[in-house]
Design a protein around this ligand. Structure first.
Ligand SMILES: NC(=O)c1ccc[n+]([C@@H]2O[C@H](COP(=O)([O-])OP(=O)(O)OC[C@H]3O[C@@H](n4cnc5c(N)ncnc54)[C@H](OP(=O)(O)O)[C@@H]3O)[C@@H](O)[C@H]2O)c1
Length: 263
């Protein structure tokens, strides 16, 4: 790593949108990528594929549901590099979709008992909300030492977490968003949006740029590579833009590549 490189940590970057973000950041700017993966082997493979030289990409094991794993990653980065410049909270959980697909394949209704339903909520919130919050807290000390001005945090959210889109009949998303589906996943992203505002307010005076990005339906493992989805590369574009914001860039916003999305 060279001293002029910006250090960016991306959680859940061994595949899908996170991986595409890493790929674009490598081309886009002078970045050193810490490629987060909960599975060490998958992280090593993905990092080697992106950058066989190892000069600009390094795998880092981080499971955002495991405090010891988060702390270990933060300690490791602190002792090796002393700071990070950008944090991208990308890791996501879609266990509700797993049930949805099973239901689609079954001829009979699969009723979840309360314990199974609670488990779905716990897992979704553990990754999408608690994981993003605790990871952010763990890396704030390293972001405070960022070389880049401004430091940046991107929360990878979703249009499906928008209360605005869900309640506005004039929105092009209204029909899709107003269906009563995936309440655990969607509400966890709505809550993530509030986290975005929280951290944007907390670091407003320091000039940090803290925003949430909506990837849109994407062909990734998340959606079982749905043909209805677009490529991870397309969904990565706005995340990469937010990871690169200059000092006069926006903060405390919820956006996709077309602009501001209603909260
Ligand atoms: N795909 C879509 O249509 C879509 C739409 C809107 C928003 N998003 C959001 O975009 C983000 C990336 O999703 P994707 O489509 O790229 O899905 P993906 O290809 O399945 O990638 C998700 C990543 O999160 C990782 N992850 C899951 N649990 C984790 C944990 N406990 N700790 C650390 N990493 C964990 C996964 O690791 P493993 O590889 O080990 O499973 C994987 O690397 C998610 O936040 C998702 O909510 C996706």
């Amino acid at each position: 790593m060279s001293p002029t490189q910006n250090i960016v940590l991306i959680t859940g970057a061994n595949q899908g949108i996170g991986y595409a973000v890493a790929e674009q950041l490598l081309k886009h700017e002078n970045y050193f990528i810490l490629l987060g993966s909960r599975n060490a082997e998958n992280g090593i493979k993905a990092a080697a594929k992106l950058d066989p030289s190892g000069k600009s990409v390094e795998p880092i094991t981080i499971d955002v549901t495991d405090d010891a794993s988060i702390q270990q990653a933060a300690d490791q980065i602190a002792s090796k590099y002393g700071h990070i410049d950008v944090l991208i909270n990308n890791a996501g959980n879609n266990n509700e979709f797993t049930h949805y697909w099973k239901q689609q394949e079954s001829k009979e209704e699969i009723k979840l008992d309360l314990a199974a339903l609670r488990q779905i909520y716990r897992e979704a919130y553990d990754v999408n909300l608690f994981g993003a919050a605790i990871t952010t807290e763990a890396f704030i000390p390293l972001l405070k030492k960022a070389n880049a001005k401004p430091a940046r945090i991107v929360f990878v959210s979703s249009h499906t977490g928008s209360i605005g889109l869900r309640t506005d009949p004039s929105s092009e998303f209204y029909e899709r968003m107003s269906r009563p589906s995936f309440p655990a996943y969607r509400s966890s992203k709505t809550a993530m949006n509030m986290l975005t505002l929280h951290y944007a307010a907390m670091f407003k005076e320091q000039g940090w740029k803290v925003n949430a990005s909506c990837p849109n339906l994407t062909k990734s493992a998340f959606t079982r590579f749905s043909d209805l989805g677009r490529s991870p590369a397309e969904s990565a574009v706005n995340i990469v833009r937010l990871a690169n914001l200059p000092e006069n860039g926006e903060t405390g916003q919820y956006l996709d590549e077309n602009g501001i999305v209603a909260w």
